[in-house]
Design a protein around this ligand. Structure first.
Ligand SMILES: C[S@@+](CC[C@H](N)C(=O)[O-])C[C@H]1O[C@@H](n2cnc3c(N)ncnc32)[C@H](O)[C@@H]1O
Length: 225
């Protein structure tokens, strides 16, 4: 078994052991988590620019990185939408947010704002979000439908909710989410799969949108890139 796989199992076991103490599923203390997330970031480092490119982020966009963790996506996304776009890094753990704010400062990123979210609501300060992005987060949120309902209220009519997560059959060492379940929760709030991207071999990457405004749904049938 590879070192990487052993590491994944060790992190999963540790997280499950402390998970009961927290309101969110498998949440763990920031000081342990940040190191684990930075190691996981190194494992997908080359994929991060590809994800940003697929999302066609551009200067001026308003993006919420939900469950921003150690900022693996927040920092490069903030750079992609600078100078006038704003990146909201949302987490339920203030220590994670402090870490991201510090990382942004060290990297000279000035268009990133941290937001302390609630378990069932990202509590964003604006209602004109272009992209709400969830990488390896939705499976940790206990009330997914409630969270997605709340997230939709902060989006522009043609704003996107982007989910990257794993199907349970794509990994045996974690409590992942079926894409078909995500599709169902999204459909309940009139968001449909508009684009799916083949960036990862071990996780799905889907952009959901409502059929309004400049929605991809009005230009093409669901498409694969
Ligand atoms: C596995 S980490 C992923 C971090 C980051 N998205 C990445 O891919 O590197 C999950 C993060 O989601 C946060 N989180 C868990 N439940 C949350 C919720 N209800 N709202 C916002 N963040 C949450 C955790 O504190 C943690 O920082």
């Amino acid at each position: 078994m590879s070192g990487h796989r052993w590491f994944g199992i060790a992190v999963a076991g540790c997280v499950l052991a402390v998970g009961q103490a927290f309101a969110q599923l498998a949440q763990q203390p920031a000081e342990k988590y940040i190191d684990a997330m930075n190691r996981l970031e190194r494992g997908i480092e080359e994929k991060i620019p590809e994800v940003i490119e697929k999302l066609r982020l551009k200067p001026g966009d308003i993006v919420a990185d939900i469950g921003s963790g150690s900022g693996s996506f927040s920092i490069p996304m903030a750079k992609a939408i600078a100078p006038n776009g704003i990146l909201y890094a949302v987490d339920i753990d203030q220590k994670m947010l402090d870490y991201v704010a510090d990382r942004a400062k060290k990297e000279g990123v000035t268009n990133l704002r941290t937001v302390l979210g609630a378990n069932d609501d990202p509590r964003l300060p604006v209602k004109n979000v272009d992209v709400a992005f969830f990488h390896r987060v939705l499976h940790m949120i206990e009330h997914r439908q409630a969270y997605l309902n709340a997230t939709a209220t902060y989006l522009k009519p043609d704003g996107r909710i982007v989910v990257i997560d794993k199907n349970p059959d794509q990994s045996r060492d974690w409590m992942w989410l079926k894409q078909s379940d995500v599709d169902t929760w999204m459909a309940a709030i009139a968001f449909y799969p508009a684009e799916t991207f083949d960036v990862f071999t071990d996780r799905y990457f889907v952009s959901y949108q409502r059929p309004y405004g400049n929605s991809v749904l009005l230009k093409h049938q669901s498409r694969k890139q």
